[in-house]
Write a protein that binds this ligand. Sequence first.
Ligand SMILES: N[C@@H](CCC(=O)N[C@@H](CS)C(=O)NCC(=O)O)C(=O)O
Length: 257
Amino acid sequence: MLNGPFPVSLHQAGFRWNGFRLLDALAANMLDVSNTTLGFPGGSTMTSRYTLHGIWLSGPAYKVGLMLALAGETFNYEHVNLRAGEHKQPGFVAKQRFGQVPLLEDSKTGLKLAQSASILQYLAEQTGKFGGGSAQEAIEAREWTYWEFDRLAMHVYRMRGQRLGLRSLSQPIVEMHFAEGNVALKVLDDHLAGRDWLVGKALSIADIDIYGVVSYAPAGGFVLGQYANLSAWMKRIESQPGFKPNDQLLPKATQAA
Ligand SMILES: N[C@@H](CCC(=O)N[C@@H](CS)C(=O)NCC(=O)O)C(=O)O
């Protein structure tokens, strides 16, 4: 059973599902976020090594911002207006071949990076933080990010989209995502029994990556209170220096660091 009332449906408000473009519709129409264009307002200059392109409602973009924040790295931020299709413009696709957010630019290496889990791995290498305490742990951390995409993210994000009115899934599909999502959450809960972190004895990109999905689970109707180990792990991450929740970390518009 799903818990809690469904928020105002964008379907009811007249929006048609059009992929993740509606993340931007949600931002702009429900929260009065003005459209922004790529580029910096007021002639402000880039000040940080890293520039993250994203939208604050995106879990994958949040993961990258969270990694930078926990690593103590400031970053410039460019809001990508998905509703306006900025992520499909040639200039953007030239930097991010999949035409998606996040895109991370590293002015030191000149690299333009896609795919949040891969970006976390890159940042672990560049910052020397959260990469695992040994070669074995580095591999295990990477394995968790693959598992997350395979078993967790789709169910959480689709349930969230459904509840936000961004998707119109049939009841059997909703039930399948809810059941499969809970299977994955239980895997995490079981694994975290007697452990502080997913891998080894310290925070790693596995924790950051998976927190970036699990933190959206309540918005998808998942009840995290039933997973005591997972809930304690979330609090552990939330108490780390630099931590910010998704709605506070990514600006609602383009911003220099
Ligand atoms: N596997 C990718 C997923 C990225 C993704 O799905 N981004 C969404 C926003 S949450 C997006 O840009 N959607 C627009 C599109 O796919 O056209 C990652 O982890 O970076």
